[in-house]
Design a protein around this ligand. Structure first.
Ligand SMILES: Nc1ncnc2c1ncn2[C@@H]1O[C@H](COP(=O)(O)OP(=O)(O)OP(=O)(O)O)[C@@H](O)[C@H]1O
Length: 663
């Protein structure tokens, strides 16, 4: 290993030296010869465990001298390429080295060490470590701490006695993208703890599977693949534009690109919103470029500005189950007097009615044939159309929580209906169109808000009946008997009691309802926390993408620029030559037959190591296979950074001294 752990890069000539070697007329060896020697750009180490780091040397810029370092004797290069078996001299200084070589040895010999002995040693080590901490003497160990760096820092940090650290130290957050990250010594006052950051750019640590609820069972988060598809479909929806010829205004009080969210129906078939016709559009807000939902109330003439008062109250309400209101305005852009209220937009949201109750189109011929053959499957499909009780409880809890919020603001929802509650994600519901009734009825004779609040609870009861019975009029007096029978068949007595108590005449309050369903609320709370864990887990998988993409861009900016073609620094004797070779190493791997190797995991591993600037060294082989360089990722990173900086300085903005932010 000695050869590879040398800090300086070294040019190594692979071919056996002979008298003709330096002849300028020498041609590169034909490919068929390459089986005789090390093939170009193969991985020389394989996965290596990074050596324990005891100090952080500063990044050494690769000098031309280093590139032109002395010629090496070929057989060394060959030996160094495969990891050597441990020798007695390897197994010395630290416990960790010992453990590593023991493990290696165990694997090599096949029979391994006595497991019990190993376990005993581990337990002994743990115990000793614990004793060390208990008898910890800060002053004596300070120097050692600086040497041990990260491990010590983490261990001591997790101890209950935190008096060594002030809050400022705890809250320090380093920028992992900073090029100086590896050099950072965190604290400049008080006791110096050299915290050596993990090379966490190298990997995305995964959460233990046991902590993540089985993805198919998660109440709020669909399985990974579905989630990805759902999000992609949402992006696609946002970018869809309206068909031509709808005669929509091009600009509407700071919104543009209107798209109707419902089909245009003949006047007679249109349902009314109270006494008015209404249409819902998606539109982009010019000031922030974000899509919003605009509900337009047609032919509504507003007589007093004060009618917008309730909108202001509503816009202050923030609740996860209420669609937030942005603003409201009147307009004549539709060639009438319209009231428009702007809400948050949830791509591909469906109303509860559309999601659960809307009659499905009759099966196609193929489906009939298929289901005829698969009768059981067909029955299963029908059974699945009944909303699961767990989902219903979730809806009830989310809506009850929203009602509680609204009532506590001295308002009433007045919009609890299967056609106005939106399903915006898996089992996630939000009440839409809030506040409009308050504007529409402003100035007319109003009932006491307490009466509207009673109505809210009554409407919630009716909504539960509708969903349980798949019938909009499920809670009507005439249907109630039949509805109860249906509910008994599919749902628990608890759910029936809640629904009945809500549609009953006895006075009720939202607090009473919440008391009744307390046990279910606790379950829901746990589900919500699990959903957060799942989403965090999903996020981890995507976290690295942006970083690697930025790195690829940086790479793309500097590689193969025609203006560098005649630049000596990029020539074979220049210090930038390693960037070229590294590009070959990452992307142009060939196997021992000279065939291309397209290995994405190799690319990702290399880029991650490059981004982290590790000390690991690799051998870069020239295209003519006549020479090679041994360099660390740290050196390559520094070289790329400096080439990129030069490029930035050469931009017009850079030349005029402006701050250029590229990546
Ligand atoms: N905030 C929103 N985000 C995304 N889509 C929404 C939003 N509000 C409404 N929609 C969608 O707009 C469409 C029309 O809404 P609307 O309230 O008119 O429903 P509807 O089913 O047509 O009701 P009605 O039968 O009373 O007309 C629905 O498909 C609904 O999903």
């Amino acid at each position: 290993m000695a050869f590879f752990s040398r800090p300086q890069s070294t040019a190594v000539r692979i071919a056996r030296p002979n008298s003709e070697e330096d002849s300028p007329t020498k041609q590169p060896s034909p490919r068929k010869d390459s089986v005789q020697r090390q093939c170009r750009n193969i991985v020389i180490h394989g996965p290596t465990s990074p050596a324990p780091r005891t100090e952080t040397p500063s990044v050494a810029a690769l000098t031309p001298q280093a590139v032109n370092a002395p010629v090496f004797v070929p057989k060394f290069a060959r030996e160094a390429i495969s990891p050597p078996p441990p020798t007695s001299t390897d197994t010395v200084s630290s416990d960790s080295t010992l453990a590593l070589s023991e493990e290696y040895y165990a694997n090599e010999n096949g029979n391994g060490y006595d497991k019990h002995l190993e376990e005993y040693q581990e337990a002994e080590n743990d115990y000793n470590q614990q004793l060390d901490y208990e008898n910890y003497d800060y002053a004596v160990d300070q120097a050692a701490n600086a040497m041990q760096g990260m491990e010590f820092f983490d261990d001591i940090y997790s101890q209950s006695d935190t008096s060594y650290y002030d809050e400022g130290q705890r809250e320090f957050h380093a920028n992992p993208y900073s090029d100086n990250m590896m050099e950072t010594s965190y604290y400049n006052t008080g006791p110096v703890f050299l915290r050596q950051p993990l090379n966490y750019l190298l990997y995305t640590p995964s959460m233990p599977k046991e902590l993540i609820r089985d993805s198919t069972n998660s109440l709020f988060v669909p399985p990974s693949n579905d989630l990805r598809q759902i999000l992609q479909e949402q992006s696609e929806t946002i970018r869809q534009v309206a068909p031509m010829g709808l005669n929509l205004p091009e600009e509407l009080q700071g919104y543009h690109t209107l798209v109707p969210l419902e089909p245009t129906l003949p006047a007679l078939e249109r349902k009314k919103f109270g006494n008015w016709h209404s249409t819902v559009y998606r539109a982009i807000r010019t000031s922030d470029g974000i899509p919003h939902t605009l509900r337009r109330i047609e032919n509504f003439r507003m007589t007093q500005q004060a009618a917008f008062g309730p909108i202001e109250k509503w816009s202050n309400i923030q609740h996860p189950s209420i669609v937030p209101i942005r603003e409201a305005f009147t307009t004549r852009s539709f060639n009438d007097n319209s009231l428009v209220v702007s809400y948050a937009y949830y791509p591909n949201a469906k109303t509860l009615y559309d999601a659960h109750m809307k009659p499905k189109p009759p099966p196609t011929y193929q489906q009939t044939v298929y289901y005829g053959r698969h009768q059981q499957h067909h029955q299963l499909q029908q059974a699945q159309q009944t909303i699961p009780e767990r989902t219903l409880w979730s809806y009830i809890i989310q809506l009850a929580s929203a009602i509680k919020k609204v009532h506590s603001c001295d308002l009433a929802v007045r919009m609890i209906d299967v056609t106005k509650v939106l399903v915006t994600g898996q089992n996630r519901v939000r009440i839409g169109s809030c506040g409009i009734f308050d504007v529409l009825s402003y100035g007319t004779q109003q009932q006491d808000v307490a009466i509207y609040q009673q109505e809210d609870l009554n409407k919630l009861g009716r909504l539960i009946f509708s969903l349980c019975t798949n019938n909009l009029a499920g809670s009507n007096q005439a249907n109630i008997q039949k509805s109860m029978e249906t509910m008994k068949k599919f749902y628990s007595a608890e759910l029936q009691t809640v629904a009945l108590s809500l549609i009953g005449k006895a006075p009720k309050t939202i607090d009473k309802l919440l008391d009744m369903i307390r046990g279910r609320i606790m379950q829901e709370h746990d589900e919500a926390l699990m959903a957060t864990d799942r989403l965090e887990y999903e996020l981890l998988g995507e976290l690295e993408n942006a970083r690697l993409f930025r790195l690829m861009c940086k790479f793309g900016f500097i590689n193969e620029r025609p203006e560098f073609a005649r630049d000596a620094r990029w020539s074979e004797t220049g210090d930038r030559y390693i960037i070229k070779l590294f590009r070959d190493y990452v992307f142009h791997q060939v196997d021992e037959h000279g065939n291309p190797v397209l290995d994405l995991s190799h690319v990702l591993t290399c880029l991650n190591k490059l981004d982290a600037g590790t000390d690991e060294q690799i051998m870069l082989v020239a295209r003519d296979e006549q020479s090679c360089l041994v360099v660390s990722y740290k050196e390559i990173k520094s070289c790329i950074a400096s080439a990129f900086d030069d490029l930035v300085r050469a931009t017009t903005a850079g030349q005029s001294g402006k701050d250029v932010k590229v990546i």
